[in-house]
Design a protein around this ligand. Structure first.
Ligand code: PEP
Length: 251
């Protein structure tokens, strides 16, 4: 089963106009230079940089995504951005359910499913994030937690074409720590089984499951070589063109 590798950068709340544009331009130039057909590249800058990043990546195969959205199309939702607005701006992807939103904004599986459904209906692809906390891992609950999150936050309309899952152990995000490759493979294989239960075997076989959490040039090769790892969602290392591209080169 060929699943095209996806290398996605989550810039989080980083970047002012000048350095954000320079980063987007830098990635776009490198993506053009490497000319990979077996790998897709995505950058997810903050909302404030989407328009200028879109211009900066023009002419390269780099795709544009946002880091969150509301589930409504429009209306009285001060401070929120709708999937239709993101699509209108030129986004192809949106991340939903990142652990920082689950934790800091108390987002539930139900809310994340509503956001994902609305985004898909607006014509966007979604990256739905799941992952256990350190306490949950220590208690041996990793697979249970991921199963509950998939069952609750992946909408019925998800398919392998419109949805990507990102497995991001919360304790590995921004910490420099990662699970062992055997642990990552075990969780990814379990995730694929749960997707098969929810969306059918055909979708499960084709759906991409990214690993996220302290992925960097030095560990990317081993992680990206795992049979059920189909790419990476990269935070800190996506803020440097060389590191982001080195991770892609390891795939
Ligand atoms: C993330 O937050 O999506 C992430 C993977 O961050 P980092 O790579 O910095 O751990």
């Amino acid at each position: 089963m060929v699943r095209k590798t996806l290398i996605a950068g989550n810039w989080k709340m980083n970047g002012l106009l000048e350095d954000g544009v320079a980063l987007a331009k830098g990635v776009a130039q490198e993506v053009k230079k490497v000319g990979r057909k077996d790998c897709e590249f995505l950058i997810c800058p903050p909302f404030t940089l989407l328009t200028s990043a879109k211009k900066a990546i023009k002419g390269s195969k780099t795709m544009l995504g946002a880091q969150d959205c509301h589930f409504a199309e429009k209306g009285a939702h001060t401070g929120d951005v709708s999937p239709v607005m993101l699509k209108d701006l030129g986004c192809q992807y949106v991340i939903v359910g990142h652990s920082e939103r689950r934790t800091n904004h108390h987002e539930s599986n139900e809310l994340i499913a509503k956001k994902a459904e609305a985004a898909i209906k607006a014509g966007l692809k979604v990256i739905i994030c799941i992952g256990e906390t350190e306490a949950e891992r220590d208690a041996g609950k990793t697979i249970n937690v991921c199963t509950t999150q998939i069952m609750g936050s992946v909408p019925e309309c998800s398919t392998a074409q419109n949805t990507v899952i990102a497995y991001e152990p919360v304790w590995a995000i921004g910490t420099g720590r990662t699970p062992t490759t055997a642990e990552v493979q075990e969780v990814h294989a379990a995730i694929r089984k749960v997707i098969a239960k929810k969306l059918g075997r055909a979708n499960a076989n084709k759906m991409r499951i990214l690993y996220g959490g302290s992925m960097k040039p030095s560990n990317a090769k081993d992680l990206l070589a795992l049979p059920d790892v189909d790419g990476g969602l990269i935070g800190g290392a996506s803020l440097k063109v060389a590191d982001f591209m080195a991770i892609a080169a390891a795939s």
